[in-house]
Design a protein around this ligand. Structure first.
Ligand SMILES: Nc1ncnc2c1ncn2[C@@H]1O[C@H](COP(=O)(O)OP(=O)(O)OP(=O)(O)O)[C@@H](O)[C@H]1O
Ligand SMILES: [Mg+2]
Length: 348
């Protein structure tokens, strides 16, 4: 059985609401609004529920995506896993180690890449020197560090820039260097908060491929948070959708799509057919099992649009095309994207 590498059980996090926000930004008005210290400390509702009973399991070798709108609780979740924030309830385990009780062991099993890529790098040191600095901090031997840094710079395509000063890097390169730093220790679990934010499409694609490679060929667990539906759909084995601190769905992108809508549309693009024939074809399509709606479109091309559900058999459509000898130039299919599913789920 595949090993569970990340597990949370009913994880809860509440942040206290600041005096400033209670007073609408004018903190000198706080006293009038909240009634002094006594009231502040007694306030029961003075918090933001960032996570509400979040239970998740992530497996070894999996790319797992946490998808949610702004303020949904994604960063908070990752910060709890990497021991930066303490939970207010529930439990979280990294490779079986409790994040609150065994933080040292947890940190030996994971690396987290959070937010701003420039944080923690010395601008006037070379890329290599920056990594050497972290290798020393992590207690790696000089020999091992030298070899590992060379390997990582090569892997990220930064080998030629190894001796360049950090300040000369582009945003994408800085992100890659951040990943090199995260991989120095070769931990089995990697957490990324919005890993491709700020990257151009090519750099983002390279980065995603790299994340998948790390999971599939090295067996690492990759956990990412993202707003980017396409990203989640294209690289994640499973996706959890979080909204207002609660997990509202968790499955493969394919199953999520199916559970919200089993609808699929086929668009048959035809080369000149007579109206009389088309009318008969539409009538027959309407009678097929699993067909919900059929319509015709006439613009520069003639199209038959067939809306189907899960009972529809594509062979029935092929037989009809053959029966009427339709000149089908192309067939386009349409399924709801993860984006549409996300909007539907969040609005429920
Ligand atoms: N240090 C903090 N103090 C108080 N409230 C906080 C703190 N950090 C986060 N919050 C609040 O907790 C909620 C969840 O925030 P979080 O940063 O986890 O969301 P997110 O899903 O990462 O959002 P985004 O997509 O914008 O990065 C928000 O309402 C946020 O304002
Ligand atoms: Mg965030």
């Amino acid at each position: 059985m595949t090993k569970v590498t990340i597990e949370t059980i009913d994880l809860v996090k509440r942040y206290p609401i600041s005096l400033r926000s209670i007073a609408g930004g004018r903190h000198w008005e706080c006293w009038g609004r909240v009634g002094g210290f006594r009231e502040i400390f007694m306030r029961k509702k003075g918090f933001i529920q960032a996570l509400n009973k979040v239970s998740l399991k992530v497996y070894r070798g999996e790319v797992f995506g946490l998808l949610g709108p702004n303020g949904a609780g994604k960063t908070t979740f990752i910060k709890i896993l990497c021991t930066l924030v303490l939970p207010d309830g529930g439990e979280a385990y990294i490779n079986g180690y409790n994040v609150v009780k065994q933080p040292g062991k947890v940190l030996r099993n994971l690396q987290a890449v959070l937010g701003e890529q420039h944080r923690g790098f010395e601008w006037r040191l070379s890329l290599k020197n920056n990594l050497e600095f972290y290798a020393t901090l992590y207690g790696l031997s000089k020999r091992y560090a030298k070899k590992r840094i060379e390997e990582l710079l090569e892997l990220m395509g930064l080998k030629d820039r190894a001796n360049d000063m950090y300040q000369r890097l582009s945003t994408g390169m800085a992100r890659k260097l951040q990943l090199c730093r995260a991989l120095l220790l070769d931990t089995p679990i990697l957490l990324f908060d919005e890993p491709t934010a700020g990257l151009d499409p090519t750099a983002a694609t390279d980065f995603r491929q790299l994340l998948r490679r790390l999971a599939k060929s090295e067996g690492k667990t990759i956990f990412i948070s993202t707003h980017n539906m396409w990203e989640a759909q294209s690289i994640c084995d499973r996706v959890a959708i979080i909204n207002k601190g609660e997990i509202i769905a968790c499955d493969t992108p394919e199953n999520l799509r199916r559970c919200v809508s089993s609808e699929k549309h086929y668009r048959l693009i035809l080369d000149g057919e007579s109206n009389g024939k088309l009318k008969k074809v539409v009538d027959e399509f309407e009678g097929l099992n699993g067909v919900k709606d059929v319509s015709l479109e006439f613009d520069s091309q003639t199209k038959i649009i067939v809306k189907t559900d899960e009972n529809f058999k594509i062979l029935d459509m092929v037989n009809l095309i053959a029966k009427y000898s339709l000149n089908v130039r192309d067939i386009e299919t349409y399924e709801p994207s993860l984006e549409e599913i996300f909007i539907k789920l969040v609005k429920r």
